[in-house]
Design a protein around this ligand. Structure first.
Ligand code: GLN
Length: 212
């Protein structure tokens, strides 16, 4: 089974470990460069992107993680994790940095600051078996996506209707919502398939092309 790390600086680390294990991956915590070097893919959890940003520096993880992502390490970011993967952030905190790699502009706290800011069943390209219950918690949305970025889901109704909330580009996957808290492992399963494909040496293919 592929070894998938969960970046354990801050955020809902345990929920991601459980979701990854539910889809057959070997899931491990990643806090140090040596732990990062041992994984085939990594999840950047939801939480608070500014706190994770500061801890990445404190743990000496910022550069190793940036390099690993630039080298093609598959990564899945949910919510704060999406912010960390984004090249550009609107409404960033003063001095806040991201790891980058994903050619998108995300807007932080785009849905508002209530605990559960929005909740909806969403069809997500690349996730089979019907809609995914998407729970948005002080979530970002993707305001602009670069040419190579595959849009996997948009909000269907309400004030944020049409906003992009799931994207993929090559080995990077990101969702504004938190599939790790609903007990539905299908988004994680799609990510584990990306990790397994890279481990086999397959070139990254988009979900649309893979499932056409
Ligand atoms: N608003 C948080 C941030 O900016 C993200 C919230 C979440 O991950 N649920 O990092």
């Amino acid at each position: 089974a592929p070894v998938v790390g969960v970046l354990a600086m801050q955020g809902d680390v345990r929920e991601h470990l459980a979701a990854l294990r539910a889809c057959g991956a070997e899931a491990v915590l990643v806090r140090r460069p040596a732990e990062l070097a041992a994984v085939d893919g990594i999840v950047l959890p939801g939480g608070e992107s500014t706190a994770i940003d500061r801890l990445l520096t404190a743990f000496g993880m910022r550069e190793p993680l940036r390099e690993a992502l630039a080298g093609g390490l598959p990564a899945y970011g949910s919510c704060a994790g999406m912010i960390l993967l984004a090249d550009r952030v609107a409404d960033a905190a003063p001095g806040q940095r991201t790891l980058g790699g994903l050619d998108v502009l995300v807007r932080r706290n785009a849905f508002g600051r209530q605990v559960v800011s929005w909740e909806e069943d969403l069809a997500v390209t690349g996730v089979e078996g019907g809609p995914v219950r998407a729970v948005f918690i002080r979530a970002p949305w993707v305001e602009e996506a670069g040419d190579g970025v595959e849009v996997l889901a948009r909000v269907g109704s309400g004030p944020a209707a049409g906003r992009i909330v799931a994207v993929r580009h090559e080995n990077l996957l990101a969702t504004s919502f938190h599939p790790e808290i609903t007990g539905d492992p299908r988004v994680h399963r799609a990510f584990v398939r990306m990790v397994a494909a890279r481990k086999r040496g397959a070139a990254p293919s988009g979900f649309q092309t893979a499932h056409a």
